[in-house]
Design a protein around this ligand. Structure first.
Ligand SMILES: Cc1ncc(COP(=O)(O)O)c(C=O)c1O
Length: 389
């Protein structure tokens, strides 16, 4: 018997997709960096309405790719970055690993994104080059105010959209507001390529750098004309060009197998968003006596239902008995995580600390029915004591 009846996430890859993949594998086609990767990138860009998408092996790799490509671009005036306290370990760690000076920003209770007052205080004090935000559990940050601050203080915005594929703010998809954005296709995310991620941008130069940094720093995956131009400019012979490295890169490519799955998965995103959105609204109505996010996401492709419980551990225990899965609101406060404490002293982040202590998120996925959602609400109400902010 499976441990949980009401799971946080379920596989979005159907049997027919696996069958298609098996048949395709027997055709003896190229298995890495071929037409399937290109097509998935193109279809993803079309869906999101961005110029370029770069397929990588995870959402974490997409963040790493963006952090390194921004350094290579020469766009940054310094190496200071503001990151959200309520976020994910690998939203923050690439910047630490690459030697950025990382400052934590507190969260807003309205949307669990960046607190714009604290953000402005940090912008004034540290004059950062980059802000990375996370659209937590599908909710949009306060994009209007954040974009204003980016303009005012001359800062590049990166959106970690790993939990918000399909969500829209003012009719525009999240992940299209900054210089770059990241997505995750890990099991349990809105769509899945088993493992996988995408880095997106409208900046052609940055896209080229990302394509190169993804694969060792070479130019092999550039278009022919641009490749020739660069080889000529750098006086690199045809022979030498085979192993010529222009940027300090990684190997964080995915494969054609994962791309093939991605091509069919992205076709389902609208349907998936609809169900996740419906479940979110049921939660919101049923749990109106509890904390809930009040942001202005036009379409909410909810990842999970965020709320607060004074007696979180008790809820967890009871839910285990009822075979309902639940989790903390992602990494809670990054400033309270052991890896951060080894990197820096804990910062003063009162709201993120409260989320760390009382935050809980409830299941939401494309196979979760209306009845499942109502059952989870009923069980939650039986045991949870509301925590107000
Ligand atoms: C906000 C956020 N960023 C990044 C990631 C990393 O994605 P992946 O698991 O594909 O590496 C996750 C994973 O859940 C996430 O929630």
């Amino acid at each position: 018997m499976q441990k949980f009846k009401y799971k946080l996430a379920e596989n979005t890859i159907e049997k027919k997709e696996v069958l298609r993949l098996s048949k395709w594998l027997l055709k003896d086609e190229r298995l890495t960096m071929g037409n399937k990767t290109k097509l998935f990138q193109k279809n993803f860009s079309n869906f999101l309405k961005v110029k370029k998408s770069v397929f990588v092996n995870s959402g974490s790799s997409a963040n790493l790719l963006i952090a390194q490509s921004l350094l290579e671009s020469g766009y940054l005036k310094n190496k200071t970055v503001i990151v959200p306290a309520v976020s994910w370990a690998t939203t923050v760690s690439p910047f630490i690993q690459l030697g950025y000076d990382v400052k934590l920003c507190d969260c807003s209770y309205k949307d669990l994104g960046l607190d714009v007052n604290h953000l402005e205080y940090l912008c004034k004090k540290y004059k950062p080059s980059v802000i990375i935000l996370v659209h937590v559990l599908g909710h949009s940050n306060n994009m209007k105010e954040i974009l204003k601050l980016c303009k005012k203080y001359n800062i590049y915005l990166v959106e970690d959209t790993c939990e918000a594929l399909g969500s829209k703010y003012n009719s525009k998809h999240l992940g299209t507001f900054g210089i770059a954005s990241s997505f995750s296709f890990y099991y349990g995310h809105h769509i899945s390529t088993i493992e996988g991620g995408m880095a997106c941008t409208n900046n052609k130069n940055l896209a080229n750098i990302m394509i190169s940094v993804r694969s060792h720093g070479w130019l092999r995956d550039f278009n022919e004309t641009e490749k020739r131009k660069l080889y000529k400019k750098n006086k690199i012979s045809d022979f030498q060009s085979q192993f010529s490295f222009f940027y300090s890169g990684f190997n964080i490519r995915s494969t054609e197998l994962n791309a093939l799955i991605g091509i069919s998965q992205i076709k389902k995103i609208k349907k998936i968003t609809k169900i996740r959105n419906r479940n979110f609204n049921i939660y919101k109505n049923e749990l109106s006596d509890f904390f809930s996010v009040k942001c202005k996401t036009k379409i909410l492709s909810s990842f999970g239902y965020a709320t607060l419980a004074e007696n979180r551990d008790e809820v967890f225990k009871r839910f285990l008995e009822k075979r309902i899965e639940c989790r903390p609101i992602i990494a809670g406060n990054i400033g309270s995580q052991p890896f951060w404490k080894r990197y820096k002293q804990e910062s003063i982040l009162p709201k993120a600390k409260l989320i760390h202590k009382y935050g809980i998120y409830l299941p939401n996925h494309a196979n979760q029915t209306l009845e499942d959602t109502k059952f989870i609400c009923k069980e939650f109400k039986k045991v949870a004591k509301p925590k107000f902010v």
